[in-house]
Ligand binder design. Structure first.
Ligand code: MRU
Length: 363
């Protein structure tokens, strides 16, 4: 997507520097900072510190991490150790393990001296595939938006609601939940997006920045506003992303997604999840029982961070000093609350049958 007229992916390999470049998302939406990752610690820290974030982007970053690992020492022992190091960075998004497994499975059968080149080519392929997957999700999601638009008076926008940032910077490009929005806007279908702020890390501000840069009408709302808007007929469609979807179609996504799905169900608002196939964890069924939920630093909840008028970043405590905070970063929306899954191969029911019909080769 474009930033100030220049097209960017959220990460890219710079041949002249022979290294991976990322957008350091800690400073968005205020500052657009490009950073180079040089060491394996750089890769691990970039994921841990959420310089890169979003399930597909974490996976792509890890693939480049394996490419660096193969360059430094392509032995089985080293590749296995780096697999462990990177897999331990964040526990919930399955794309991380998916990418690491794919790299390891492709590299270990090769002669050691062929691994470095193969690993870099594979990381490029994983990135390119992510872009194409998300583009297709956008095409399928566009049909949903167009169907709603057809039943509205001419020019009246389709009102979508999204949670967190499942945008182009959470993937390599396009985003998952945002891809249908970009496609709709580009096709001339009027839309308006309600953007949940997504406390505590305010990923909604990243979504607002993305949508604003693309000229898409949007409103930034508190996390608790969605139910009220749905009760008052202000939301036509909810689309969120996912960090891990089980084989029966339970969806694990940013904390608060479950409450949006409950409110949508109670108000007959369709609740769709944009799901790239690498985000399906075929090994688990019951998301509530089986998916590990990342517990993050309580300071993200007890403190707020923002940019002051002079440009400095300020961190302020909002709770009494002695109050402790709790910070589960994801929750699980059971499949019964999900109207459908928008995948790169089309839209299916959130069920084992629905997923297996679309992905018989992966199931
Ligand atoms: O903690 P984050 O910011 O990495 O969480 C991101 C999300 O929850 C996204 O909705 C999800 O990764 C889908 S991204 C296309």
């Amino acid at each position: 997507m474009k930033v100030n007229g220049t097209h960017y992916r959220s990460l890219w390999w710079d041949n002249s520097k022979d290294a991976l470049q990322i957008i350091d998302q800690r400073w968005l939406p205020h500052d657009f900072c490009i950073q180079q990752l040089d060491t394996l610690s750089d890769y691990a820290n970039a994921i841990v510190e959420m310089r890169v974030r979003g399930a597909p982007l974490i996976g792509a970053t890890a693939a480049y991490g394996m490419a660096l690992a193969a360059r430094l020492d392509a032995s089985d022992a080293h590749l296995n150790a780096v697999w462990d190091q990177l897999n331990a960075t964040r526990p919930t998004a399955i794309n991380l393990k998916w990418a690491l497994d794919r790299c390891r499975a492709a590299l270990l059968p090769l002669p050691v001296d062929a691994r470095a080149n193969a690993a870099l080519s594979l990381a490029h392929a994983i990135s390119d595939e992510d872009v194409e997957i998300n583009r297709r999700i956008g095409e399928h999601g566009l049909k949903l938006i167009m169907d709603i638009a057809k039943n509205k008076p001419e020019g009246e926008p389709v009102r979508l609601l999204t949670h967190c940032n499942a945008g182009w910077i959470a993937t390599v490009d396009w985003g998952t939940a945002t891809s249908p929005m970009y496609h709709a806007h580009d096709a001339g279908v009027p839309i308006h997006v309600w953007v949940d702020e997504t406390r505590p890390r305010n990923q909604g501000a990243l979504t607002a920045w993305e949508l604003g840069s693309h000229g898409i009408s949007h409103t930034y709302i508190t996390d608790n506003a969605g139910g009220h808007l749905m009760q008052h007929g202000q939301v036509d469609l909810v689309i969120t992303g996912t960090d891990r979807t089980t084989r029966q179609g339970d969806v694990c996504n940013k904390i608060g997604t479950y409450l949006k799905a409950l409110a949508a169900k109670d108000n007959d608002v369709p609740f769709y999840v944009a799901l790239p196939s690498p985000t399906i964890d075929w090994t688990v069924r019951d998301g509530v029982k089986e998916i590990p939920i990342e517990e993050r630093d309580a300071r993200e909840v007890t403190h707020v961070q923002g940019r002051m008028e002079d440009g400095t970043i300020d961190v302020t405590q909002v709770t009494p000093l002695e109050t402790s905070g709790g910070n589960p970063a994801f929750d699980v929306t059971p499949n019964r609350l999900v109207t459908g899954l928008i995948t790169e191969r089309g839209i299916c029911e959130a069920s084992e049958e629905g997923l297996c019909d679309l992905f018989p080769d992966l199931a």
